[in-house]
Design a binder for this molecule. Structure first.
Ligand SMILES: Cc1cc2nc3c(=O)[nH]c(=O)nc-3n(C[C@H](O)[C@H](O)[C@H](O)COP(=O)(O)O)c2cc1C
Length: 170
């Protein structure tokens, strides 16, 4: 799909049908994520694919925001691999790295005809414990994937602040 059309038409889907995400489409989405840049190319991210009834049930106990998506990606970073800014104490790249990977995936999903929703409404500690993540892996977001069940974009999808309010030249 042409890029401008794709970024205009992508929206957060909050009601998915039971139609499964085809394996080749999922692979294309995962590959697109892996093409994203990361700080010093450290690639500290990991992706957990949640599709089994057990994993999805576990997730439903942690967040109301799966919206019946048949596939959910859990994106985390490994703290031992993220870049640490030597010029600023406490600034590490893990969350930034995961965010750009998820953005690639979200847009690739749209290109594959798959709807998505980025989710951060969950307790990170509870989720990491429930899925038995190593203590050095930190959860950042969930990406719901599937086919919209006739869900129309919410009105706020098109409510954008004007650039004049956002962009400052200094
Ligand atoms: C960082 C981030 C966190 C989000 N967390 C949630 C969430 O937990 N639950 C949810 O339903 N939507 C979530 N969303 C979706 C936003 O609500 C949605 O992107 C926003 O309202 C704009 O709508 P649009 O994506 O349709 O343009 C999140 C989006 C982003 C970028």
């Amino acid at each position: 799909m042409e890029f401008k059309k794709l970024i205009n038409e992508r929206f957060s889907c909050k009601k998915f049908s039971t139609r499964k995400v085809e394996e080749e489409k999922l692979q294309a989405i995962l590959e697109a994520g892996n093409l994203a840049p990361t700080a010093v190319n450290a690639q500290p991210y990991r992706v957990y694919v949640l599709e089994s009834p057990e994993a999805l049930a576990k997730l439903d106990a942690l967040t109301p925001c799966r919206y019946n998506a048949p596939t959910v990606l859990l994106l985390v970073y490994e703290e031992k691999e993220e870049w640490k800014n030597p010029l600023q104490v406490g600034i590490h790249s893990g969350v930034e790295d995961v965010s750009i990977i998820a953005t690639h995936m979200m847009l690739a999903a749209k290109d594959e005809g798959i709807d998505s929703c980025w989710i951060n409404y969950f307790g990170n500690d509870a989720l990491e414990q429930a899925f038995g993540l190593p203590s050095t892996e930190h959860s950042v977001l969930l990406l719901d994937l599937g086919y919209s069940d006739n869900f129309a974009p919410l009105p706020k999808h098109t409510q954008k602040k004007p650039l004049s309010e956002i962009v400052k030249r200094i």
